[in-house]
Design a protein around this ligand. Structure first.
Ligand code: SAM
Length: 276
C-alpha cells in the first residue's frame, strides 16, 4: 500500500464538505462549501458547476480541508474569507468587527433620504458598513463615524482607505468625543440582553465581539445613554432589537422627539426615527 488517496473531484469534495457542515449544524452547508471551495480555487461558484468533474490538486484539497474544518467549528464564512458584501460594497471583516447584517440596510435607507449636504454621524461603526455605504451612495453627505473600540476603528479606516471614501473617523464613547454638532445621527449600537447572548448561534456567541452585540439593562443600556446625550440633534435613527421599538420611541419622545418606526424585510420594527 502506498497510502495515496484518490484525487477528489469538485462535485465530490463539495458533497462531502456539505455533509460535514450539515452535521456540524451550519444553516447553509452547501452554499458555505461552495464559497470556501471557490475561494481555494480562485474562482466563483458558477464556475464550480462547470468544473464539477475536475480534480482538485493536492494543495487545493489540503487548503479546502483547512477551511472546512474552521467552518465546522462554526466560524462564520465572512471571517474565514475576510470579507462581506454589504449593499454595493465589499468590506474587509475580521473578529474585531461585527459582520454587517442585511437588517441594517433599513438604517442606511433612512440615511439615504436625508437632505443634501447633511452633517451626519454614525455611532458604533464597526466595519464601517453604514457610514461607508452612505458616503458611497450619497457623496454630498458629510459623514463622521465613531467607534469605541480601537481595533474595530482600524478595520473601518482601512475599508475607507481601500474604497477611497471620505469619512471622518473618531474614537469616541457614544457622543462623548464624537465632535459635531451634527444634523443627523444614525446608530446600530449593541442591543442584545446579556441573558440572550449565550443562546445565540455559535457563529455569534463564540466568534463575534461581545462588545459589538451585548448591552446591559435588557439590551437597552447604551440606547438609554445615547438618548440622554442627544442635546438637540434634529434627526435621529436608531436600530433596535425585537420588541424594543416602544421603549426606544419613549426614550426619544422624552427627549422631545416626534417618533416613527421602520420595518425590515422580515416585518420586524427595526429602526426608530426621531425628529425635532
Ligand atoms: C452592533 S455593532 C454595529 C457595527 C456596524 N455599525 C454595523 O451596523 O455593522 C455595534 C458597534 O458599536 C460599538 N460600540 C459598542 N459600545 C460603544 C460605545 N459606547 N460607543 C461607541 N461605539 C460602541 C461596537 O464596538 C460595535 O462596533
Amino acid at each position: 500500500m502506498t497510502g495515496a488517496t484518490a484525487a477528489q473531484t469538485v462535485s465530490g469534495a463539495l458533497a462531502a464538505a456539505a455533509a460535514r457542515l450539515r452535521a456540524a449544524g451550519c444553516d447553509s452547508p452547501r452554499l458555505d462549501a461552495e464559497l470556501l471551495l471557490a475561494e481555494v480555487m480562485g474562482t466563483d461558484r458558477a464556475r464550480l458547476v462547470v468544473d464539477a468533474r475536475s480534480e482538485l490538486a493536492p494543495t487545493q484539497a489540503a487548503a479546502f480541508e483547512a477551511l472546512v474544518a474552521r467552518r465546522e467549528g462554526r466560524e462564520p464564512v465572512a471571517y474565514i474569507l475576510g470579507r462581506k458584501g454589504f449593499r454595493h460594497l465589499e468590506l474587509a471583516v475580521d473578529p474585531r468587527v461585527l459582520i454587517p447584517r442585511p437588517d441594517t440596510e433599513v438604517l442606511v435607507e433612512v440615511g439615504l433620504a436625508l437632505p443634501r449636504g447633511t452633517r451626519v454621524v454614525e455611532i458604533g461603526t464597526g466595519s464601517g458598513a453604514v457610514a461607508l455605504s452612505l458616503k458611497h451612495e450619497r457623496p454630498d453627505l458629510h459623514v463622521t463615524a465613531t467607534e469605541v473600540d480601537a481595533g474595530a476603528l482600524e478595520v473601518a479606516r482601512a475599508n475607507a482607505a481601500r474604497l477611497g471614501l471620505d469619512v471622518e473617523f473618531r474614537q469616541a464613547d457614544l457622543l462623548d468625543g464624537a465632535g459635531g454638532p451634527f444634523e443627523a445621527l444614525l446608530a446600530n449600537i449593541p442591543y442584545v440582553a446579556p441573558g440572550d447572548y449565550a443562546r445565540l448561534a455559535p457563529e455569534i456567541a463564540d466568534h463575534e465581539p461581545r462588545l459589538a452585540v451585548v448591552a446591559e439593562e435588557e439590551g437597552l443600556a447604551l440606547l438609554r445613554r445615547l438618548a440622554s446625550q442627544l442635546d438637540g440633534t434634529p434627526f435621529v435613527a436608531l436600530e433596535v432589537g425585537l420588541a424594543q421599538e416602544d421603549v426606544v420611541a419613549e426614550l426619544l419622545a422624552a427627549a422631545g422627539y416626534a417618533t416613527e418606526t421602520r420595518r425590515d424585510l422580515a416585518g420586524i420594527e427595526r429602526v426608530v426615527i426621531g425628529r425635532r
